[in-house]
Ligand binder design. Structure first.
Ligand code: XMP
Length: 335
C-alpha cells in the first residue's frame, strides 16, 4: 500500500537508477513549494550532482533570492547557484507595458540565462578535471522539473480557460526545449501531497504552505513600465501586506494575496502638504483550483492596519484600495 515514506524511498531509488553513477542534473528553483521539494528530493538522491539554479530576475519579492539561498543551500544543503540577472531583465523590461510582452521577455531571458549557466557548470566540471586530474564528472544530461499530476493531466487532456487568456509562463515549460532529458519526481502527486512530502523532507512549514507566486513575478503586479523604483515600491507594499496577514493569523485561510501597483497618481495630504502619489491595490482570494476565485473578506481592522502601514512606510504611495472582484469576471492577477 502507498505511503509517502515508501514513495520517497522508491523515488530516490528510481532517480539514482536513471542518473547512473555520474549523471549530473540541473534544475531551476524559484523559492516556491514544488521546485524546493523537487530539489531537496534530488539532493537526497544524488547529492551535489544535482545543481539548483535560482535566477534573480529583478522582479522577485523583497530579499527573496537571499532567503531562498539561506533555506535551500544553508539549511537543506542543496548545491545552489544564485545568478543575479536583474540588470539584464530590467533593462529589457524598461518601457514595456503590455502584459503578454512582459511575460515573453521574462520567459526568453530566463531561458537564455539558465542555458548559459548550464554550459558554465559543464565547463567548470571539465576545468576541474584538468586541473586536479580527478575522476571525470558526468555531463549534464538531465533537467529536473517540478511538474505535478494536475499539470500532466492538463497537458494531455485540455487547457484550462486561463491558459488561453494568459500565456502562463512558469519555469518548467520554458526549458523543455533544452537538449536534456526530463526528470519529474512529482509527476504523480497532487499539491497537498507535495506539501506532505515537503514536511517529511524537513522543509520549513513557512515554505511548504506558501502562496503561489507567478513566474513573471512582480512584473505582472506592476501595471505600466517596470523600473527599479517601481519594483521597490511594489516589494515594500507586498512585504507589509503579507507580514500583517501572517500576524493576523490569516495566511493559511487565503489562497493567494499580493499587492498591485497602479501607474496612476492620486492627490492626498500629509501634515499640511498636498501629495500626489501612486495607488496600491490589495488582492486576496480564496479558491480551490484558481479557475474561479472569491475575494477574501478581511476583518476591517486588518485592512485598516495594512493601509496605514503602507501609506506611512512606503514612499510614493498615498492611497490603498481593496479589490472586491471575483474570478470570473476578474482574473486573480491584474495582468
Ligand atoms: P489568473 O490571473 O490567470 O491566475 O487568474 C491564476 C493563477 O495563475 C498564476 N499566474 C501565473 N503563474 N506564470 C505563472 O507561473 C504566469 O505567467 C502566471 N499568470 C498567472 C496566478 O498567480 C494565480 O495563482
Amino acid at each position: 500500500n502507498w505511503t509517502m515514506e515508501t514513495f520517497i524511498g522508491k523515488e530516490i531509488a528510481r532517480i539514482r537508477d536513471i542518473c547512473g553513477e555520474k549523471g549530473q542534473v540541473i534544475g531551476a528553483v524559484s523559492g516556491g513549494v514544488d521546485s524546493s521539494v523537487a530539489a531537496k528530493l534530488m539532493h537526497e538522491a544524488i547529492g551535489d550532482r544535482f545543481h539548483a539554479v535560482l535566477v534573480d530576475n529583478g522582479v522577485l519579492r523583497e530579499n527573496e533570492a537571499a532567503q531562498v539561498k539561506e533555506m535551500l543551500s544553508k539549511d537543506l544543503g542543496v548545491n545552489l547557484t544564485v545568478i543575479d540577472a536583474s540588470d539584464l531583465f530590467l533593462s529589457r523590461l524598461a518601457d514595456v507595458e503590455d502584459p503578454e510582452k512582459k511575460r515573453k521577455i521574462i520567459g526568453n531571458t530566463f531561458i537564455e540565462v539558465f542555458e548559459r549557466e548550464a554550459a558554465k557548470i559543464e565547463a567548470d566540471a571539465e576545468k576541474d578535471l584538468e586541473e586536479r586530474g580527478g575522476e571525470a564528472k558526468g555531463k549534464i544530461e538531465w533537467l529536473l522539473q517540478g511538474t505535478l499530476y494536475p499539470d500532466v493531466i492538463e497537458s494531455i487532456s485540455f487547457k484550462g480557460p486561463s491558459a488561453t487568456i494568459k500565456t502562463h509562463h512558469n519555469v518548467g515549460g520554458l526549458l523543455a526545449n533544452m537538449q536534456l532529458k526530463l526528470i519529474e519526481p512529482l509527476r504523480e502527486l497532487f499539491k497537498d501531497e507535495v506539501r506532505a512530502l515537503g514536511r517529511l523532507l524537513s522543509i520549513p512549514a513557512r515554505l511548504v504552505n506558501r502562496h503561489p507566486f507567478p513566474g513573471p513575478g512582480l512584473a505582472i503586479r506592476i501595471l505600466g513600465p517596470v523600473t527599479r523604483s517601481q519594483v521597490k515600491i511594489a516589494q515594500k507594499a507586498d512585504t507589509i501586506y503579507i507580514d500583517e496577514i501572517r500576524k493576523a493569523g490569516l495566511y493559511d485561510q487565503i489562497s493567494q494575496a499580493f499587492a498591485v501597483l497602479l501607474p496612476v497618481k492620486a492627490v492626498g495630504v500629509m501634515g499640511d502638504k498636498r501629495t500626489y502619489e501612486q495607488v496600491i491595490v490589495l488582492r486576496a482570494v480564496q479558491t480551490e483550483d484558481f479557475m474561479t476565485a472569491d475575494w477574501f473578506a478581511f476583518p476591517p481592522e486588518v485592512l485598516r492596519k495594512i493601509s496605514s502601514r503602507i501609506t506611512n512606510e512606503v514612499e510614493g504611495v498615498n492611497r490603498v484600495t481593496y479589490d472586491i472582484s471575483s474570478k470570473p469576471p476578474g482574473t486573480v492577477e491584474w495582468l
